[in-house]
Write a protein that binds this ligand. Structure first.
Ligand code: CP
Length: 309
């Protein structure tokens, strides 16, 4: 396979196994590029990309922008907080005005699930979903799987537990789709109130005992509790959540095997993991961030190749 089967990256659920393989092989090349003294290639000199962020972001926004600049694309950045969205402008009007400036690709983070799919039906540009509400965060799942492949050789056959606030997490859903597509076994672990009822339909294991989950897995992907998406209390207190679902160094050292710790960020140190776990040699959290640039370069490059045809 030499090109993606899709024209947009809206979610992992739209991808085939071969798409992920192609993205990873392309990212391998770009990872080598970004570790050279001159970290830039001229591949996308004729492409203009708009990064539209209607929700806060640190890693994803900077990672996309760096990936685009490493590929020599022209880049414009939009943040809804400082924009005319505050004056009542709609999403379609906002995007069409930006596209009038001859933009080829839009990377968008939006609080509403399905915002990327909606946009792809109404505007003439390639769309990359950089996180849509609690729905999908496809490039995060791709960089997570890429980091597992780098650490463990392959994703197929690995046991991965996703721990924490599964209910509000786009990272969890995209990771479940990506890991299963590549033949990994997936478990979710957290308080019953933060595990969605539809989870059984996704073919994942469910465990509410963190020690059992960690003893089962090769990799634990720790999620943040997304208080900003909660309108009610899902557990009695943060202290109690941490006692039951937080990973400490003592817990890690008491397991039967040495597991890998991941986290998409932002971390709440001392809540879902302690600092000595986040900074330990079992953590690949900063490798995930580094790999994010290479994986996003691959996604943008492969989608842009389809514009040029
Ligand atoms: N992992 C992630 O999406 O982080 P940001 O919200 O900082 O982009």
């Amino acid at each position: 396979m030499s090109e993606l089967s899709v024209n947009h990256l809206l979610g992992i659920k739209y991808l085939k196994k071969e798409d992920i393989k192609l993205i990873f092989e392309t990212a391998d090349h770009f990872k080598e590029v970004i570790n050279r003294p001159i970290k830039k290639v001229p591949s996308l000199r004729d492409i203009t990309i708009a990064n539209l962020f209607f929700e806060n972001s640190t890693r994803t926004k900077l990672s996309f922008e760096l990936a685009q600049k490493r590929l020599s694309a022209d880049v414009i950045n939009f943040s809804s907080a400082q924009s005319s969205v505050k004056k009542g402008e709609t999403l379609i009007d906002t995007v069409n005005n930006i596209l009038s400036m001859k933009v080829d690709m839009v990377v968008m983070r939006h609080p509403n699930p399905g915002a990327g799919v909606f946009l792809s039906k109404h505007v003439n540009a390639r769309i990359v979903n950089a996180g849509d509400g609690a729905h999908e965060h496809p490039t995060q799942a791709l960089l997570d799987s890429y980091s597992i492949r780098e650490k463990h050789g392959e994703v197929k056959g690995k046991k991965v537990v996703i721990v924490g606030d599964i209910l509000h997490s786009r990272v969890a859903l995209s990771n479940i789709f990506a890991l299963q597509l590549q033949g990994a076994e997936v478990m979710v672990c957290g308080p019953k109130t933060l595990i969605p009822k539809y989870i059984n339909k996704l073919g994942v294991k469910v465990e509410t005992n963190l020690r059992k989950a960690l003893n089962w897995c090769d990799v634990a992907n720790m999620l943040r509790v997304q208080n900003e998406r909660m309108d009610i209390s899902y557990f009695p207190s943060t202290r109690e959540y941490t006692q039951q679902f937080g990973v400490t160094k003592d817990l890690l050292n008491s397991l039967d095997k040495k597991i890998t710790i991941m986290h998409p960020g932002p971390i709440n140190r001392g809540v879902e993991i302690t600092s000595d776990v986040a900074d330990s040699d079992q953590s690949i959290i900063l490798d995930q961030v580094e790999n994010g640039v290479a994986v996003r370069m691959a996604v943008i490059y492969l989608l842009a190749s389809k514009i040029k045809q």
